[in-house]
Design a binder for this molecule. Structure first.
Ligand code: ADP
Ligand code: ADP
Ligand code: MG
Length: 662
């Protein structure tokens, strides 16, 4: 086995690889950019080498720097993680020339699978089901339309060199096909420096189900069951699970065998993933093969009991696979949520900044796992993927894994950057998700206008009322203890309260109880036990024996509560104050409908209109590029442009005015 390895990555995956290496007694070397001097992966490594400036093109993507770091540190092998250089065959070859082992497949496998057009041809030859389409490069928009007519709408246009869901467009007609071709080509060029586009049939109501394979250098190739990754936003995975609620034994086996056939056809070594798209009738088609460790590999680990990084290390060191297909277990159910620094209310735009407070949930290792690359006080920078962590839960069955996930998400406390925890909680709580009726369209269909935490249905509307009242009562009791010091002048805390939520007044009585409070609400008695102290962000309690965890924040006189994906603003008052409150005038929000504002920080690529121009609802107004995606801003209603306030090439801040209407 290796004595020392270098991890050519950052963030959670670098930390994850180091964990296994340490357990196996292997020394670890981290590499870091200017932005990552204080990063967790640097702190966890035995040694760390600085490799350049913050942009990944000047550090994590520079092969020479990584190789130099290997020379300096004496690392015998490199684990590339995912992203960055993990699927770069030139990097692999450069390492080999230096006598350094690449912990992954051989370069020829990366080359043949790295290109969607080439890999599709190879898959078809290996007897793998492929999506009907055109197996060549599309020259221009006119050819795209002609090919689409042959394949039949709807079609999917995608970048042959693509990855991470970028450079991909669905088209339902000729107009969309032409526009989609232009956009996909531009995105492909800017993201991958390769504008080649392919066209295939768009599979409707698709599920994304992938097979994990593992192979050694001795011709042994096995599959470690499937993962379902149908919960996606813009073709990027958000929630994953193993096994898939959709597969029966025979389909699992058929998919597993095709995946193994494809891997064997390219003499695959190491861990790899064969992605399939599955239609409503259980037909499955090859999408692509990822020749690396996948983001969502922990759900496979939790259901098979294997450590995929350990297997990768063993195979790379020349060992044989220690197990055969018959040894592969499938134990219970595992779920993974990707926790991102992004703002669900601003169309999921990345959010950056300091993690002022960061408290991941804790629990039994066999039930809950948090893979992360951040820590409290650390920073989420603009330079890299905004993933904060992966939260994985395991249960005896799917329902238990989901329940544990909901509890863990409730307890996940992040302050300082916007995050998607509430959104994740709403998704896993959704009845359609519970029933397993998911497709890759789930998020777009269920949240067509975005995510609004105040619209998340309350399974039990009494809970936030009770919690708000108890929280307020805690504050009042404390205030009474502190300021009511003079004998004979003790403050009296009344028992009659009104909780105002969403314009609704809820009357209730709150009495001190033995370990918390006794509440009377709507003719019912509730026993709420808690040892919460004012100021703590997590309100742990039991309500009539049932455990709940609410996140609580005080905003002036209001309480901001978050629970199971819902966010609730509550004002708690005495009965008399509530009477007066009802007479207060309401403040009007300013009218912003006359402006087109930039929904995100980004680059203004194009302004499609001029002053005086009439536009109709749906018409293209401007194009803003952010995170390598082109976003078309369209007119929400018919209007006349009065003024153009920003020009192409300009860097925009959030809410910057681009156009003004008459
Ligand atoms: P997974 O299937 O494991 O989710 P993705 O395809 O979403 O994999 O990509 C995993 C990571 O690698 C993401 O952070 C993504 O941004 C990055 N990535 C994938 N392909 C590329 C590529 N060709 N160039 C740069 N980054 C990529
Ligand atoms: P990437 O390299 O970006 O991961 P993939 O080819 O794996 O690209 O596709 C990413 C996602 O896009 C898939 O998980 C699936 O949701 C969707 N997708 C890709 N091709 C099709 C298709 N032909 N029909 C329907 N959905 C598709
Ligand atoms: Mg993919």
């Amino acid at each position: 086995m290796f004595k020392k390895i270098l991890i050519a990555n950052r963030g959670e995956i670098a930390c994850r690889v180091m964990k296994t290496a340490r357990r196996m007694g292997i020394q670890t070397v981290a590499v870091y950019s200017d932005a990552d001097r204080d990063a967790l992966h640097v702190q966890l490594a035995d040694e760390a080498v600085h490799i350049g400036a913050a942009p990944s093109s000047e550090s994590y993507l520079v092969m020479e720097r990584i190789i130099q770091a290997c020379r300096e540190s004496g690392a015998e092998a490199v684990h590339p993680g995912y992203g960055f250089l993990s699927e770069n065959a030139d990097f692999c070859e450069a390492l080999e020339r230096e006598g350094i082992r690449f912990i992954g497949p051989a370069p020829h496998a990366i080359v043949s699978m790295g290109d969607k057009i080439a890999s599709k041809k190879l898959a078809a030859e290996a007897g793998v089901n492929t999506i009907p389409g055109f197996a060549g490069v599309i020259r221009d928009a006119e050819q795209a339309v002609a090919v689409a007519a042959e394949v039949g709408y709807p079609v999917m246009l995608k970048a042959s060199a693509g990855g991470g869901g970028k450079g991909m467009r669905v088209a339902w007609n000729d107009v969309e096909c032409r526009e989609g071709f232009e956009r996909a080509t531009n995105e492909a060029l800017s993201s991958f420096g390769d504008g080649r586009i392919l066209i295939e049939k768009y599979i409707q109501q698709p599920r994304h189900i992938e097979i994990q394979v593992m192979a050694d250098g001795f011709g042994n190739t096995i599959y470690l069951n499937e993962r379902e990754c149908s919960i996606q936003r813009r073709n990027q995975k958000v929630v994953e699970e193993a096994p898939s609620p959709f597969l029966d034994r025979s389909t699992r086996r058929a998919m597993g065998e095709q995946a193994v056939a494809l891997a064997s056809a390219v003499q695959y070594r190491s861990a790899g993933t064969v992605e399939f798209i599955v239609d409503a009738d259980h037909n499955f088609y090859f999408l692509e093969m990822n020749t690396r460790l996948q983001v969502e590999h922990p759900v496979t680990e939790m259901t098979t009991g294997l450590d995929l990084v350990e297997l990768m290390l063993r195979v790379a060191a020349g060992e044989k696979l220690p197990l055969t297909q018959a040894d592969v277990r499938l134990d219970g159910w595992a779920l993974e949520c990707r926790v991102y620094a992004e703002d669900p209310f601003r169309n999921f735009l990345p959010s950056t900044g300091r993690l002022v407070r960061y408290r991941p949930p804790a629990g039994d290792e066999s039930e809950i796992r948090v893979d992360t690359g951040v820590y409290e006080g650390g920073e989420v920078s603009i330079y890299y993927d905004p993933m904060i962590a992966k939260l994985i839960t395991h249960g005896a069955d799917r329902d238990q894994a989901i329940d544990r996930m909901r509890q863990a998400l409730d307890e996940y406390y992040i302050h300082g950057v916007r995050h998607n925890i509430g959104f994740l909680n709403a998704v896993v709580a959704h009845p359609r998700f519970r029933e397993g009726r998911i497709t890759t369209g789930f998020i777009a269909e269920e949240y067509p206008d975005g995510f609004f935490p105040e619209h998340v249905p309350q399974e039990d509307p009494a809970k936030p009322v009770l919690v708000a009242a108890a929280v307020h009562r805690c504050y009042m009791d404390r205030a009474a203890r502190i300021s009511g010091q003079l004998p004979g002048h003790e403050r009296i805390v009344h028992n009659d309260w009104v909780v105002l939520i969403d314009g609704q007044m809820h009357h209730l009585q709150v009495h001190p109880g033995e370990a918390g409070y006794r509440l009377e609400y709507q003719g019912r008695d509730y026993c709420l036990d808690t040892d919460w102290r004012s100021g703590q962000p997590l309100f742990h309690a039991t309500i009539d024996g049932e455990t709940v965890c609410f996140q609580v924040e005080r905003e002036g006189l209001w309480y901001h509560l978050a629970y199971h994906g819902a966010e609730i603003r509550a004002l708690v008052m005495t009965a008399r104050a509530a009477e007066l409150y009802a007479l207060m005038p309401e403040k009007m929000a300013p009218d912003l409908s006359r402006f087109l504002l930039s929904p995100m920080p980004g680059l203004l690529v194009k302004v499609a209109v001029e002053p005086g121009q009439k536009v109709v609802a749906g018409e293209e107004l401007a194009v803003v590029e952010a995170m390598k995606m082109e976003n078309v801003l369209r007119a929400e209603q018919d209007a006349v442009v009065a003024r153009v306030a920003a020009g192409p090439g300009e860097s925009l801040t959030v809410d910057q005015v681009i156009l003004e209407f008459e």
